[in-house]
Design a binder for this molecule. Structure first.
Ligand code: DX5
Ligand code: ZN
Length: 232
């Protein structure tokens, strides 16, 4: 996985049919998804539960792009090797998940994955100032994590600040929560290059009507291209 900056759309399978992940993953990739975003929740760090490493390993068989795993769990460190073994490309941990995020990012890279660090809406950009050489991605949450389909919280000031702090480093800025054709241009203009979208990609479609996923992805890309003049 090389570093590039055109906008990437990463549908979150949190909005997929939970009884049909294999076909859902193949459908979004066929319809133009750049990455597949997997939301892991533990019912402790966030008030919802999704799936663990065994499920993620099963998803891997269907992912041909990039498997982007967002851990909303605490603690993180005891599970890093299991997510590496599951075939994760990028493993993201929250800065709020424990006192040793620096060690966590080192351990993620040592396990052979790209390392991401996520920030809740209430956490300032400065929280990652000393982590930028250890991270391949900073995820800016634009909802309080735990559920799909929530209203976008404007974090464009934080995104702009992070892009400045990152400078020339090859670090992605990912936006997660409430991304749709209206909100995507705001964050793309501020310097984000990976857009996670759950409900805005899956709405109205299904594995039997996958072209709707394609239309939804193209609507986000089109809005970003129009606003930034950048290829998306
Ligand atoms: C929130 C998750 C998001 C979520 C995005 O806890 O991390 O990835 O699924 O869903 P939408 O796009 O529906 O806000
Ligand atoms: Zn997520």
């Amino acid at each position: 996985m090389s570093f590039d900056r055109p906008i990437k759309i990463a549908p979150s399978i949190l909005s997929a049919d939970f009884a049909d992940f294999g076909r859902e993953i193949r459908a979004i990739e066929d319809q133009g998804a750049d990455w597949v975003h997997v939301d892991v929740m533990d019912g402790h760090f966030v008030p919802n539960l999704t799936f663990g490493p065994m499920a993620v390993k099963a998803f891997r068989k269907h992912v041909t792009t990039v498997m982007d795993v967002h851990l909303m769990i605490a603690p993180v460190d005891p599970f890093i090797d299991a997510y590496a073994d599951a075939g994760t490309d990028i493993l993201t941990a929250h800065v709020e998940a424990g006192p040793h995020i620096h060690r966590t990012l080192q351990a993620i890279r040592a396990a052979g994955m790209k390392a991401g660090v996520a920030l809740n809406p209430g956490t300032p950009a400065d929280a990652v100032a000393h982590l930028l050489d250890l991270a391949d991605l900073v995820c800016v949450m634009t909802v309080n994590p735990g559920f799909g389909g929530q209203k976008f919280i404007d974090m464009t000031g934080k995104v702009r600040a992070l892009r400045g702090m990152i400078g020339d480093r090859p670090v992605h800025i990912e936006i997660d929560g409430g991304v749709d054709p209206t909100t995507a241009p705001l964050v793309a203009r501020a310097g984000a290059d990976v857009l996670v979208a759950g409900s805005a990609v899956f709405k109205g479609g299904s594995v039997d009507a996958p072209e709707v996923y394609g239309e939804n992805i193209r609507a986000i890309r089109g809005a970003v291209e129009m606003a930034t003049g950048q290829r998306a």
